[in-house]
Design a protein around this ligand. Structure first.
Ligand code: ATP
Length: 246
């Protein structure tokens, strides 16, 4: 049984716009999977359907199912999904700018409630082990961090409650190539060393296929190709596919 199993998912916004149509995808336990596609393909919508925040954006599932650990979660509220181990790192590096790095991490523990109410020293140190840069900046305000550091903090916040599945939306967006590479390298390390299952949404094909073991390509709300990076023809083939053959 896959940790996450999506079957025939269709989503509309505002009762009219079809954002995702008949999408099926899986994330096996311990896997690092990439969901690729150009702007507006429907990638973020799929993540929102998994974490349960679609309803805050006038989105609705019109057919299909999202199963986490074998149970359908479509009627379960977002905060309960978070408690059961699904954490969503949304696009845009959501951190509390006027709080220190460390307080951002502590507050993240409160946010998921009972699962891990107050993160202890060890929980925080564990995040600094993966992101030494955050450790160096622990007393500084999050608002003064660079874009890459804020992205690291957003990922650290999601990890503090020790989720089972982490959804990462556009981690590399707007970052210098070297910083984006660093973040992916750390995500792959976290996946390898902790067994945390990760589903990343990306426009950056090269980075994703370098680190993911399986990828889905989304176009106009539909999966048009899936497989291992080698099986789907490698990075050049995918870039060509969704950059319109260029
Ligand atoms: P991006 O990289 O730009 O976020 P994406 O692949 O994640 O792209 P989505 O954000 O999932 O794409 O959007 C899929 C489609 O749904 C697009 O046509 C988009 O305009 C539409 N859409 C997304 N969010 C909303 C919303 N809150 N209300 C109405 N339409 C929306």
């Amino acid at each position: 049984m896959a940790l996450l199993n999506i079957e025939g998912l269709s989503v509309v916004y505002g009762g009219a716009i079809d954002a995702v149509s008949d999408v099926s995808l899986k994330v096996e336990e311990g896997a690092l999977v990439a969901l690729l596609g150009s702007n507006g393909a429907g990638k973020s919508t799929i993540l929102k359907a998994i974490s349960g925040i679609l309803e805050f954006e006038s989105g609705a599932i019109t057919s299909g199912d999202v199963q986490f650990e074998g149970q359908s979660v479509v009627s379960i509220r977002a905060h309960q999904r978070a408690r059961s181990g699904v954490m969503h790192v949304r696009e845009g590096r959501h951190v509390f700018a006027s709080m220190t790095v460390e307080d951002n991490l502590k507050a993240a523990g409160f946010a998921v409630g009972k699962r891990h109410p107050v993160p202890g020293k060890k929980d925080i140190e564990r995040i600094y082990d993966f992101f030494p840069r955050l450790g160096e900046r622990q007393g500084g305000l999050a608002g003064f961090l660079s874009g890459g550091e804020q992205q690291m903090l957003a990922i650290g916040r999601a990890m503090i409650s020790r989720p089972k599945l982490m959804l990462v939306d556009e981690a590399s967006l707007g970052l210098a190539p070297m910083i984006a590479e660093d973040i992916f390298t750390i995500l792959a390390q976290i996946n390898r060393e902790t067994g945390l299952s990760i589903l990343v949404v990306e426009q950056n094909v090269n980075l994703s296929l370098k680190h993911a073991e399986y990828a889905y390509i989304l176009e106009n709300g539909r999966i048009v190709l899936e497989g291992t990076p080698d099986g789907i023809g490698g990075r050049e083939a995918i870039s060509a596919l969704y950059l319109g053959g260029s």
